[in-house]
Design a protein around this ligand. Structure first.
Ligand code: PEP
Ligand code: MN
Length: 338
């Protein structure tokens, strides 16, 4: 339920309304925008007497939210949410590029790539320490040692770290990680989402499941938010279709659609979306023009020998070229309302 307040509503009366809502087991989220202030309500709203709220002198309108996602809903929070990733803001006009290898393989590899992507303009470093692999015989990641290497790279370059969390027991190892990635395969691991929301306020990069609808993606974001962490960044990373020319099918339409449905930032992963290194640049360019709030791109200093996802990894040189083309396109990005 959304309560829009009258302009210049009396603060005491608004506080009184907030207290009344809490007494009725409803949690109010006040969102003071430039043009209006709204109170988004979650909880037992079905029992509230809308007529009673409507009659209050400070209330302009009361509206029920039909969609099952509430906190993630644009109606709940009309302004774009800006997620602060250790000083690098994503959303609301702030654009960041996360780059790095699929997996952490060695200290030399990660440090070399981190320096190269930073020089090219990346603002965050990615790299998997715990890897969700389709085959149990494939490289599973360096685990704890991988995290240590990422933190070493952070110390040397200053780049915040983005890395995947697969099980909640590992959260304590993530203290110095800057952004927690929840991978496509875990997008509907509801227990993990609830635990991350309840036990961390770090930004959560939530990747779309490979056959998830946008509503399912938003419901997964809702799990994290409803558990107490509002800092969610959504990530389109391609979906499964009948097409076999690419690893997945990139769905760039979701960028403007999600911007209408939700206030959360939306970034695009053209690497997993295509699986082909030479397609990463055109898809990154497309994502920027569609209005994405950022990109996450796999970069490897020796793609043919990468332990994971070499075929889709750009070299540092390719990445530098992509960065300059992406930066040139940023002024052309589509914005909500155009
Ligand atoms: C990744 O980013 O390394 C990854 C495994 O991505 P996804 O979960 O989108 O497949
Ligand atoms: Mn990968």
């Amino acid at each position: 339920m959304i309560i829009t307040l009258k302009k210049n509503a009396d603060k005491k009366q608004v506080d009184c309304l907030l207290g009344w809502l809490r007494d009725h087991k409803v949690t109010p989220h006040v969102s003071a925008g430039e043009s209006e202030t709204i109170i988004g309500c979650v909880g037992d709203v079905a029992r509230l007497d809308i007529g009673l709220v409507q009659a209050l002198s400070v209330v302009e309108t009361v509206q029920r939210i039909q969609e099952p996602y509430k906190e993630a809903n644009r109606k709940f929070h009309p302004e774009d949410s800006v997620v602060n990733c250790s000083g690098f803001k994503v959303g609301g006009g702030n654009f960041q590029v996360i780059a790095g290898p699929c997996s952490v393989e060695s200290e030399e590899q990660v440090i070399a790539i981190a320096k190269a992507v930073k020089a090219a303009g990346a603002t965050m470093l990615r790299g998997g320490a715990f890897k969700p692999r389709t085959s149990p015989y494939s490289f599973q990641g360096l685990g704890k040692r991988g995290l240590e290497i990422l933190l070493q790279a952070k110390r040397e370059t200053g780049l915040p770290i983005v890395t995947e969390l697969m099980r909640i027991e590992h959260l304590e190892l993530f203290n110095d990680v800057d952004v927690i990635q929840i991978g496509a395969r875990n997008m509907q691991n509801f227990d993990l989402l609830k635990e991350v929301g309840a036990h961390s306020k770090k930004p959560v990069l939530l990747k779309r499941g490979m056959s998830a609808t946008l509503q399912e993606l938003l419901m997964s974001a809702e799990y994290v938010m409803a558990s107490g962490n509002p800092n969610v960044i959504l990530c389109e990373r391609g979906i499964r279709t009948y097409e076999t020319a690419t690893r997945n099918t990139i769905d760039l339409t979701v960028v403007p659609i999600l911007h209408r449905l939700t206030h959360l930032p939306v970034i695009v992963d053209p690497s997993h979306a295509t699986g082909v290194a030479r397609l990463v640049e055109p898809c990154a360019m497309g994502a920027v023009v569609m209005g994405a709030d950022g990109l996450i791109i796999e970069v490897h200093n020796d793609p043919p020998h990468a332990l994971c996802d070499g075929a889709q990894s750009q070299t540092p040189e390719m990445f530098a070229e992509t960065m300059s083309r992406v930066n040139a396109l940023r002024p052309l990005a589509y914005k909500l309302g155009e």
